[in-house]
Design a protein around this ligand. Structure first.
Ligand code: BMA
Length: 847
C-alpha cells in the first residue's frame, strides 16, 4: 500500500486556494555570470553554482588540475582574488513587492557582494546561507550583481602573523591557515586529497519577493513513533511583515489531502507555529537490509482570507531512534536502536566526492550511494573535514535506507574561540541543522573529527596553550550541543569522533566510538585488528591503488612506476607507497610489473579490511559498528577508498558485499579449535545449512561436514567447532584450504575461505580458466570454469565501459561461476569473450 493511501484516509481533499498575486515568488540568479581575476581586464563566462577552478578549466585557461602534477602548478589560484558578475532585468512587478531579499545558499568564502555598486553583504563562511534585503539597491531595468572573493589563504596570513603559536593542522599542505576559515578543510590538502583552495558561488542564488509573509522553515518533529501510531508535530517558522490572522494547513503534498489546519495569529517578525497531529499505523522507515524506506511528504501552507500566501514542503521518514549506552562490565554499550531494533552499523566513511564539490551531479551521488546500498552497508559517516553535503545526497540516503553519522565540519586541528568565530559557528550549525533535520537517515550529530584525540593523545596538549582547550569546550561542548538541543533534540549529539563517553581516553575501547590506526599508521599486522574490542569502530583502514584505467587518466606510460614523481604526486600520505609495499611483501612476493602491483595492492587492502570487519561483526553485540576508512575519493589517487574517483569499485567494495552480508559465515581459530561463526543481522532466526570442506588446490575434497543450524536473530555465535589438529593431521598446509558455505533454502547466502599459510607460502597451481559468454536481457552472462583453484580472479574489459556484477572472487575446480557484464556499448558475445582479460593471483608474479 502506498504511503499516501495510508495517510489520512478520512480527510477530504482540500479545495484549491484562491490564486494570489501576493504570494511569494523567487527569481533565480543562475545565468549570465562572468568571472575574472581582480585587476585584470577580460571577463570569461562562468557557471553558477561552480568554482573558480572549474570555470578556469571550462574556459581552457588552465589544464586539468588532476592530470600528472598539475596540482603544483595551479596553487596560484587559491592565492588570487577573483570577481564574479551578472546582470538581470528587474520587472516592475518585482520592484513593486514589499520585501525583496537576495539569497545565497552558499558563497565560498570571503566575499563582498555589490548590487548596482551598493555594498550589500560581507561573508566569511562557506557553510552558511545568506539572506539580505536588496530592495533599496534594486532598480528598474538592468541590474548588476557583482561578488568579489578574497583569497582564503591571504586573508588569514596576517591573523597568523600575530599569533605566538600555530594551530596544529598536519594535513594542510600549505600555509596552515585552514583552522581559521570556515571552509571545507580537505580543500587545503589532506592525506588523500590535493590542495585546491577554491572560491566562488558554490550554491544557488536567487531573489525572494514577498509582501505579507514567507514560510521560512518546516520541521516535522517525531515525538513518538511505533507501529501503532506516529505522534508528530509540525513546527513552522513564518516571517511576517504585519499583524494578521492566517490559516496554517498541513497536508500530504503527494496526495494533496489535508492532514490538519489551524487558525494562527501572526505578529511582525519571526513566528514559531506548531501543530500536532498523528498518523495511525505509520509505515516505518528502516535502514537498508532491515525493511523498506517509505517517505512521507508534508507541506505547510499559509492562507490569508482563503488566499494562499506561501508554502513549503518537506519529506521525512518515520522511525524511532535511540543511541543506547548502557553501563556493563566492560564499560558502556554504544548502539543505534531503530524502531526498537539494535542495528549493527556496517559501512564506511564518506568524504566529498570531488575536490570541486559542485561537479558532483545527482547521478554521481546515485551511483556512489547505490554502490553503498548494494554492498549491504547501512551507514556512512560524513566526515568532519569535508562539507555538509548537498540535498541530493541526503535525499538519496533517505531513499536507500543509508544511516548517516554526521560530523560537524571540524577536523584535525584546534580552532579559534573568539566571540566572532563562535557566532559564525553558531549560525553555520543553525543553517545546517535546520536544513537537514527532517532527513530520517541522519542518526547522530558529532562535533568533530579526531580533535579530542589530537589534544589528549597526540601531544597537542603538551605543546599548545591551555586556552585552546577552553576554546574547544566552547565550540564542542557549548555552541554545537546547544544548537542541537534547541533545534533537533530527537538526535543524539556526540562531541567528537572518537570520543570515550566515560571520563578516560577519547579513543577508549570501553565506551563510545573508536578509530584504530595501529594497522596502517603504525605498520602493525592485520591480525592486530583482532586484538581490538571497541564498542563502535568508526574508523579503520588501509590504502590501495586504483585500477590501471584510473591511473591512466592521470599518468603517461613513462610514469608507471610506484616511485615516479607523478605516482607520488597522487599519493598524499608521506609513507603511503612504502607502507603498501611493506605490507604486501609480508603476504606476497614482489609483483612482476606495475599493473600487477596495482592489482595485488587492491587484494591486499580487501583481505586486510575483511579481517577487521569480520572480527568486528563476530564480537557483536559488544561492538555495534564497523565503518572503515574510506568509501570514496575526491580525485584519482592511491588512498584508503573502496570506490575510486571514477566510481570504479576496488576489490574492497566487492569484498564488502560479502563481509557485510546480513548472514555471514566467518571461520576463526580460537585456541586449539577452528570455530565456525555465523553472524546474523536479521530480525528473525534463520534455518540454514552449514557446509565445511577441506580441499586441495586441485579441487579434491579431503574432508566434508554439513550441519543444519538455526541461526539466532541479531547474534554472533559459533555453530561448529573442529580441533585444528584433527583437521590438519597428515595434510600439507601449503596445498589446502577450507571452504565454508552457508545455505538458506539450498541457496548459498555467504561463503568464506580459510588458508593455513600466508599466500607466498602456498603452492598455488596455475589455473586454466575458460569462459563462455551469452547475451541476456540486460547485458551478458559470463560463465567461468577452472581446472585448478584460482585466487582473486579479476575480470576486466579494457575500454568496455561496463561493469561486472562480481569480481575479485576465488574460482574452484568443478564449480561454475556466473557473473553479469553490463555495458552501454554495443558488442556481440564473441567480441566480449575475446576482449575479457582475466587474471588471478598467480599471474601477478614471475614464475
Ligand atoms: C583518519 C581520518 C582522516 C585521515 C585518515 C587517514 O584519521 O579522520 O583524517 O584521512 O585517518 O589517515
Amino acid at each position: 500500500m502506498s504511503v499516501s493511501l495510508l495517510l489520512m484516509a478520512a480527510v477530504p481533499i482540500y479545495s484549491q486556494a484562491k490564486p494570489n498575486s501576493m504570494a511569494k515568488t523567487s527569481v533565480s540568479l543562475l545565468s549570465g555570470w562572468q568571472f575574472r581575476e581582480v585587476g585584470k581586464e577580460d571577463w570569461h563566462p562562468a557557471t553558477v553554482p561552480g568554482s573558480v577552478h572549474t570555470d578556469l578549466l571550462q574556459n581552457k585557461l588552465i589544464d586539468d588540475p588532476f592530470y600528472r602534477d598539475n596540482e603544483q602548478k595551479l596553487q596560484w589560484i587559491g592565492k588570487t582574488d577573483w570577481e564574479y558578475q551578472t546582470t538581470f532585468t528587474a520587472k516592475p512587478e518585482l520592484l513593486g513587492r514589499e520585501h525583496l531579499e537576495l539569497v545565497f545558499e552558499g558563497l565560498d568564502t570571503y566575499a563582498k557582494v555589490f548590487l548596482n555598486d551598493q555594498h550589500l553583504l560581507d561573508t566569511d563562511n562557506m557553510f552558511r546561507t545568506w539572506r539580505v534585503d536588496c530592495k533599496r539597491a534594486l532598480k528598474p531595468g538592468v541590474n548588476t550583481l557583482r561578488i568579489r572573493f578574497r583569497s582564503p589563504i591571504n586573508e588569514i596570513l596576517p591573523v597568523m602573523a600575530k599569533m605566538n603559536y600555530q594551530l596544529p593542522s598536519p594535513n594542510d599542505q600549505g600555509e596552515k591557515t585552514y583552522p581559521y576559515t570556515r571552509k571545507a578543510a580537505y580543500q587545503f590538502g589532506w592525506d588523500w586529497g590535493p590542495r585546491f583552495v577554491t572560491c566562488g558561488i558554490w550554491k544557488p542564488a536567487r531573489i525572494d519577493a514577498w509582501d505579507q509573509l514567507r514560510v521560512a522553515d518546516v520541521h516535522i518533529v517525531q515525538e513518538q513513533v511505533s507501529v501503532d501510531i506516529a505522534r508528530l508535530n509540525a513546527e513552522v517558522d513564518v516571517v511576517a511583515a504585519t499583524d494578521s490572522e492566517a490559516t496554517l494547513i498541513i497536508d500530504n503534498a503527494a496526495t494533496k489531502t489535508v492532514i490538519t489546519r489551524k487558525q494562527v495569529k501572526l505578529v511582525p517578525g519571526s513566528n514559531s507555529l506548531s501543530v500536532a497531529f498523528t498518523i495511525p499505523h505509520p509505515l516505518l522507515w528502516w535502514p537498508n537490509g532491515l525493511g523498506s524506506h517509505p517517505l512521507y511528504n508534508f507541506r505547510a501552507r499559509l492562507l490569508i482570507n482563503d488566499a494562499l500566501v506561501d508554502q513549503l514542503s518537506t519529506r521525512t521518514g518515520l522511525r524511532s531512534l535511540e543511541l543506547r549506552q548502557i553501563a556493563d562490565e566492560q564499560g558502556k554499550s554504544f548502539a543505534f536502536i531503530i524502531n526498537g531494533v539494535p542495528v549493527f552499523a556496517k559501512g564506511g566513511n564518506w568524504i566529498p566526492a570531488d575536490s570541486f564539490p559542485t561537479r558532483v551531479s545527482r547521478a554521481k551521488y546515485s551511483q556512489l550511494l547505490e554502490s553503498v546500498r548494494d554492498t549491504n552497508m547501512n551507514m556512512l559517516r560524513v566526515w568532519g573535514g569535508g562539507i555538509y553535503e548537498s540535498n541530493d545526497f541526503y535525499e538519496l540516503c533517505d531513499e536507500m535506507g543509508i544511516l548517516i553519522w554526521h560530523d560537524f565540519m571540524f577536523a584535525g586541528s584546534m580552532y579559534p574561540g573568539t566571540q566572532e568565530f563562535l557566532d559564525n559557528v553558531r549560525y553555520e550549525a543553525i543553517d545546517n541543522v535546520k536544513r537537514l533535520r527532517n532527513h530520517p537517515s541522519i542518526v547522530i550529530w558529532a562535533g568533530n573529527n579526531e580533535i579530542e584525540a589530537g589534544w589528549m593523545n597526540w601531544g597537542w596538549k603538551k605543546n599548545l596553550p591551555a586556552s585552546l582547550w577552553e576554546d574547544y569546550q566552547k565550540i564542542f561542548h557549548g555552541v554545537l550541543p546547544e544548537v542541537c538541543a534547541a533545534l533537533d533534540p530527537s538526535r543524539p549529539y556526540w562531541p567528537s569522533s572518537p570520543h570515550g563517553g566515560l571520563a578516560d581516553d577519547p579513543n577508549s575501547l570501553r565506551s563510545g566510538d573508536t578509530h584504530f590506526w595501529g594497522v596502517w599508521h603504525a605498520a602493525e599486522p592485520f591480525a592486530n585488528y583482532e586484538k581490538q574490542t571497541p564498542r563502535f569502530m568508526s574508523e579503520f583502514g588501509f590504502q590501495s591503488f586504483p585500477q590501471i584505467e584510473t591511473v591512466n587518466s592521470y599518468t603517461t606510460p613513462a610514469d608507471h612506476n610506484i616511485q615516479s614523481a607523478v605516482m607520488l604526486a597522487h599519493q598524499k600520505h608521506p609513507r603511503g607507497n612504502q607502507l603498501i609495499r611493506e605490507y604486501m611483501l609480508r603476504e606476497y612476493q614482489e609483483p612482476k610489473d606495475f599493473e600487477s602491483f596495482l592489482y595485488v595492492s587492491q587484494v591486499l587492502q580487501a583481505e586486510g579490511i575483511k579481517i577487521g570487519a569480520e572480527h568486528l561483526r563476530r564480537i557483536m553485540p559488544h561492538n555495534m559498528g564497523s565503518l572503515y576508512w574510506q568509501i570514496d575519493d575526491c580525485w584519482p589517487v592511491a588512498s584508503w577508498s573502496s570506490i575510486d574517483y571514477y566510481g570504479r569499485w576496488k576489490a574492497l567494495q566487492f569484498y564488502a558485499r560479502r563481509f557485510y552480508s546480513n548472514l555471514l559465515i566467518t571461520p576463526h581459530v580460537d585456541g586449539q579449535n577452528l570455530n565456525f561463526y555465523v553472524v546474523s543481522d536479521l530480525i528473525k532466526p534463520a534455518q540454514a545449512q552449514l557446509n565445511v570442506s577441506l580441499l586441495d588446490f586441485d579441487g579434491q575434497v579431503l574432508m566434508n561436514t554439513n550441519k543444519a543450524v538455526t541461526v539466532s536473530a541479531l547474534q554472533s555465535q559459533s555453530y561448529l567447532s573442529i580441533p585444528v589438529s584433527s583437521l590438519l593431521s597428515g595434510k600439507d598446509t601449503k596445498r589446502i584450504f577450507l571452504l565454508c558455505e552457508l545455505l538458506v533454502d539450498g541457496k548459498p547466502v555467504s561463503n568464506n575461505e580459510y588458508f593455513f599459510a600466508p599466500y607466498k607460502n602456498l603452492l598455488m597451481p596455475t589455473p586454466r580458466i575458460t569462459t563462455d559468454v551469452v547475451l541476456t536481457k540486460g547485458g551478458f552472462k559470463v560463465s567461468l570454469t577452472t581446472d585448478k583453484f584460482a585466487r582473486a580472479v579479476y575480470l576486466n574489459v579494457p575500454d568496455g565501459g561496463g561493469v561486472f556484477s562480481d569480481n575479485y572472487f576465488d574460482l574452484l575446480p568443478g564449480r561454475k561461476m556466473e557473473v553479469e557484464y553490463r555495458t552501454p556499448n554495443k558488442m556481440l558475445p564473441d567480441q566480449l569473450r575475446s576482449k575479457i582479460k582475466i587474471r588471478s593471483m598467480v599471474d601477478a608474479f614471475e614464475r
